[in-house]
Design a protein around this ligand. Structure first.
Ligand SMILES: [Mn+2]
Length: 301
C-alpha cells in the first residue's frame, strides 16, 4: 500500500453509535502504511463498550525500523483508546508478535490499560473464552494473504496475466506454466494453514477447560465451531477492517466495518440524489406556474 492511495472516505453521519458489552480488535499495525487508521478511528468513535480487548499487533515495529510510517491518524487512534480507558472502558492489551516489545511489560498498567499475555473472558451467558493473539500457534504466517487474492475479479485478472505470461514464455520457447493452478495450490495450502491454526487454538481452549477462544494474527475474521469449542477471530484493520463484538445477551458477532460504512455512504448518496430530484421538481413546478401566470397576464391585456 502506498501514499498515493485515494484518501479514506470521509466520516459519515448516517451510522448510529452502538454500545456493546465487549469489543475485540487486533492486527491494527499502526506504524505501517497499510494501517486503516481512519476507518478504525471512525469505528472507535461510533462504538462504546464495557471492555475493549486489544488482541495484539496494535503497533507494528515500535523498535526502530527503516520504513517506519507514522501519521496523525495513528496518534489519534492511540489518544482515542487512552481516552476510552480514562472514561471507564476496561482496556486489556494482549501484545502480539509485531508488538512483542510490549511483552516485557506483562502485568503492568499504563494509562488505565492493562498489559497481559492472555486473558479469560466470561460472556453474559456464562461462556468462558481464552483471549490470545495467536502467533504462538502459528507455523507459517504469510499464507493467509493468498486467500484474499482469490476473489472473483482477482481471479479473472490472474487468468489474463496467465495468458500473457505464457505467450511470452512461448516466445522464449519455454513450456506452458499455469499461474492459476499454482495459486490454487497456494490457496489450498492457505486453507490448510488456517485449518491447522484454528485447530491448534481450539485444542488449547479445550485443554484449559474453556468454551472457546478469541484471537487474531492471521487477518481472517471468523466465528466457527471447531469440535467442542467456538473459534473466533476478530480479523484485522489492514485489509478487512473487522472487529468482534459481544452483545448484551452474550451473543458474539463479527462487524465488517468496511461494509457498514460503504452501506451508510450509499444510503447517504441515495438520500442526496432524492433531495436533488425533489428540488429540481419543485423548481420546475415554480417556473411552470410563473410561466402560466405570464400567459394569463398576456391574455388579460
Ligand atoms: Mn500477529
Amino acid at each position: 500500500m502506498t501514499s498515493d492511495m485515494p484518501p479514506a472516505q470521509p466520516p459519515t453521519s448516517k451510522i448510529t453509535p452502538q454500545r456493546y458489552r465487549s469489543i475485540w480488535i487486533s492486527d491494527v499495525h499502526l506504524g505501517t502504511r497499510g494501517c486503516q487508521a481512519d476507518m478504525l478511528l471512525e469505528f472507535l468513535r461510533l462504538t462504546e463498550s464495557e471492555k475493549l480487548y486489544l488482541v495484539g499487533d496494535i503497533i507494528d515495529g515500535w523498535r526502530m525500523r527503516k520504513n517506519f510510517y507514522w501519521a496523525q491518524s495513528h496518534n489519534d487512534v492511540i489518544q482515542k483508546v487512552l481516552r476510552k480507558a480514562r472514561k471507564g472502558t476496561q482496556v486489556i492489551y494482549i501484545p502480539g508478535n509485531h508488538d512483542e516489545a510490549a511483552r516485557e511489560y506483562l502485568g503492568l498498567e499504563f494509562g488505565g490499560i492493562k498489559v497481559q499475555g492472555d486473558a479469560v473472558h466470561e460472556t453474559a451467558d456464562g461462556r468462558k473464552f481464552l483471549i490470545v493473539h495467536g502467533d504462538e500457534f502459528d507455523v507459517i504466517t504469510k499464507y493467509a494473504k493468498w486467500l484474499a487474492l482469490l476473489g472473483d475479479s482477482a481471479y479473472n485478472l490472474l487468468l489474463w496475466v496467465n495468458t500473457w505470461l505464457n505467450r511470452i514464455r512461448r516466445w522464449f520457447k519455454l513450456p506452458y506454466w499455469s499461474l492459476s493452478a499454482y495459486l490454487k495450490h497456494k490457496a489450498k495450502k492457505a486453507t490448510e494453514f488456517i485449518g491447522r491454526f484454528e485447530g491448534a487454538l481450539a485444542e488449547e481452549a479445550k485443554r484449559r477447560g474453556l468454551d472457546g477462544v478469541i484471537c487474531g494474527h492471521i487477518h481472517h475474521a471468523e466465528i466457527r465451531q471447531v469440535q467442542t469449542v467456538l473459534y473466533c477471530n476478530d480479523g484485522d484493520w489492514v485489509e478487512s477492517c473487522t472487529a468482534l463484538v459481544e452483545h448484551d445477551d452474550g451473543r458474539l458477532e463479527i462487524l465488517d466495518w468496511a461494509k457498514i460504512t460503504k452501506r451508510a455512504h450509499m444510503r447517504e448518496a441515495a438520500a442526496e440524489r432524492l433531495k436533488a430530484r425533489k428540488e429540481a421538481k419543485a423548481a420546475k413546478a415554480a417556473s411552470d406556474t410563473s410561466k402560466s401566470d405570464l400567459v394569463l397576464e398576456s391574455q388579460d391585456s
